[in-house]
Ligand binder design. Sequence first.
Ligand code: NAD
Length: 515
Amino acid sequence: MPFPRRAGVGQPASAGRAKFRDSFPLRVLIQMTLQVQTWGHFVGGKLSAAGGETLDVRNPATGEVIAQVPKGAREDADAALDAARRAFEEPKWRRMDPSERGRILYRLGGLIREKADDLSRLETSNQGKPLRESKADVFYAAQTFEYFAGLCDKIQGDTIPVPGERLDYTLREPLGVTLHVAPWNFPFQLASRSVAPALAAGNTVVLKPASLTPLSAIRLGEIGVQAGLPPGVLNVVTGDGATFGKHLVESTNVDGVYLTGSVETGFQVVQSMGKKLKPFTLELGGKNPNIVFPDANLDNAVKGAALGAFMNAGQMCWAGSRILVHQSVHDAFVEAFKKRVEGLKVGAGNDPNTRLGPLVSAGQRDRVHKYVNVGRDEGAKVVMVGDLPKEGDLGKGAFLTPTIFDAVTPDMRIAKEEIFGPVVGIQTFTDYADAIKQANATQFGLYAGVWTKDLGTAHRAARDLEVGMVSVNEYPVTFPQTPFASAKNSGLGIEQSLYAIDHYTRIKNVSVKLD
Ligand code: NAD
């Protein structure tokens, strides 16, 4: 795997230390140390040298440390914002012929495609997800850059009819320096989803990936420069959320904030905007209902429900973690669903047969595992219980096998809280009104699935569900050209699609008296 240039480790040992190096186990220790590479921040078009405190980056399938990244300090955050500010004011990037800017972004998408194998392996080794899912994420990121590349020369204003001898028109301008705070569940794809429209609109960017999964974002910075982004247009800095991320959000050197993360973090980010008004987009959590009406194609519903609940080991904002099944098809659904889930192979992401990789960390696995006990204590019926494998290869990683609860009621914690792991709850409904009432009974409003052959039921449900996205007869689905929207506490603002551009630009009105 092509790691970026090593910074500060792996220097040849001096001759005077040779006899120690050759002794065991010190020799093994040195070799192990040499394998752990230290990555730098990517600022001003290059990787910074190592120095200061670092964060360990682990492979969740093995628990091994695979790299170290800087535990960003205030000065690192400020330096990245300064680099982005200089690149914005320069103003080569924002004044560039927009079709040229589009060509650079298109090249970036192409380079991601060329490097898809390496990027996918890197993502799987850091995040844990099956390689086929990492590949899908990487291609989706490429497609996102290509989609927004095509928009660069179509970001335009209006002329507005006004009284008198006047010409009134609007300009749509970039905001300036945009800050993108990304989560660990789709590290490369979600960073790209937010960075691509910002760059298309002529902003310059500081990206902070989650501290558990920073590696592919740093690679994105490098690929951006290879594609032709001027230095400082795309900067990537690593560090924790609570202090480093907060400092970035607070900075008056930021002109727009784009968070993808949990509801709690969303509230924190809004509270720590500092002494400058900045537009923001929040893409937050979900507790999404997947509703199976009695006339649904049950085979397809079972397949879609299993994918929706267990893809990425259930660590998805749009996970269909609540399956609402009509009472008349409940038993048949549960039997087929259990059989389907039993067939999902749990294993390391680089095994081609794996369908369920490890969770992102041991901490996340333990947090999710607690919900297995919560569900039992609340009286949900256990159809399949998640286990923490202790033996063999799985014993080393953050693995948790799937849990299916049945007879879940809307008041239970497992029906209301975002578990973010391979735990799904089945609820039963009696009629349409009951389905919608149960579906809407959470603080979240991200995504909903509807399974029915009846057009009236499908479109009525699409209208009545309090969510940002609905899919009918498949789960889940999105494209760079469709809005990733939300309702209630699942977020504010839109990523993807033409609508996203509104969040990365500001409108200026110009009124001209025609003397
Ligand atoms: P998280 O909220 O813990 O962290 C997200 C990012 O925010 C990380 O980079 C983190 O370091 C940073 N952060 C944390 N606290 C911060 C603070 N006070 N100030 C600034 N930055 C801070 O989320 P996570 O655990 O990485 O990801 C899982 C969550 O993300 C889930 O709730 C999931 O539903 C949500 N998510 C939403 C979407 C969406 O599009 N709606 C997509 C993916 C994930």
